[in-house]
Design a protein around this ligand. Structure first.
Ligand code: TPP
Ligand code: SF4
Length: 251
């Protein structure tokens, strides 16, 4: 009998440390499948950030470095410029990328650094107990907005793809979701396109993946999927925001 499904080589044997229903695991798998399919495992470097995925260097069977809070795009810039043949990606949550690392992501995009960013937007600080993030929706209850985010007091949520799309620099920006199989397939295509672009020297790419955090949303995994569909996708529309040039399927 032929093997039809197996663990990607770009994932180690380590068990994921994520909560039941968390989408980080799905996104890790998609990244790993893309690395396998492009045959880049030996020269890929993952730049880990802070947040629940802080130990993802244990899960990806690639080289890895750990960046300080929000600094992953700057660290990735250094690795890529020092070692241009490496394929360098950051993996960042919304607290890391859109709060602590706002400056780094904007400048890396503006410079059109030839790196790939996997941006996991779950609208909350997962790792540290569910505090409000820049991406927390208006009215969303968190431990630091217990009555719901009030835009008069806490400002409005930041749409990262739209923000970066105002810059001349970036080559590819897309927002996807992994809440059902159809969207998982689309998300993988986007992640693959982003890595292919880097292989071809195409410049800065960012794929924003809407992601569930059932634990800090205080929802069951299934209810969290509904919340992604009804609430997150309403404020963060899916789609391609920037595509500088066609990337064909083969590398
Ligand atoms: C400058 C600074 N800000 C914040 C923290 C604490 N901190 C570490 S991880 C984290 C939350 C990260 O959340 P996010 O990036 O959204 O990832 P998630 O855990 O949701 O996947 C916070 C607030 C810190 N240690 N230092
Ligand atoms: S706290 Fe949220 S983001 Fe972190 S592992 Fe659990 S479900 Fe995932």
């Amino acid at each position: 009998m032929g093997v039809v499904f197996e663990r990607p080589k770009a994932l180690t044997e380590e068990k994921f440390s994520y909560c039941p229903g968390c989408h980080h695991g799905i996104i890790h798998r998609l990244v790993a499948e893309v690395i396998d399919e492009l045959g880049i495992i030996d020269n890929t470097v993952c730049v880990s950030s802070v947040g629940c995925s802080v130990v993802n260097y244990q899960f990806f069977a690639t080289d890895a470095i750990q960046a300080a809070h929000g600094r992953a795009p700057a660290a990735a810039t250094g690795v890529k410029r020092a070692s241009p043949d490496s394929i360098v990606f950051t993996y960042q949550g919304d607290g890391d990328l859109a709060a602590m690392g706002t400056a780094e992501i904007i400048h890396a995009a503006a410079r059109n650094e030839n790196i790939t960013v996997v941006f996991v937007n779950n609208a909350i600080y997962g790792m540290t107990g569910g505090q409000m993030a820049p991406t927390t929706l208006k009215g969303q209850k968190t431990t630091t907005s217990p009555y719901g985010r009030d835009s008069k007091r806490e400002g409005n949520p930041i749409r990262v793809c739209e923000l970066l799309n105002s810059l001349d620099g970036p080559a590819y920006l897309e927002r996807v979701s992994v809440h059902d199989p159809k969207h998982v397939i689309r998300a993988k295509k986007a992640i693959k396109k982003a890595f292919q672009l880097q292989v071809k020297g195409g410049g800065f790419s960012l794929v924003e993946v809407l992601s569930a955090c059932p634990t800090n949303w205080h929802l069951s995994p299934l209810a969290a999927i509904e919340w992604v569909k009804q609430e997150l996708m309403a404020y963060y529309p899916l789609g391609v925001f920037r595509e500088a040039g066609e990337v064909d399927g083969e590398c």
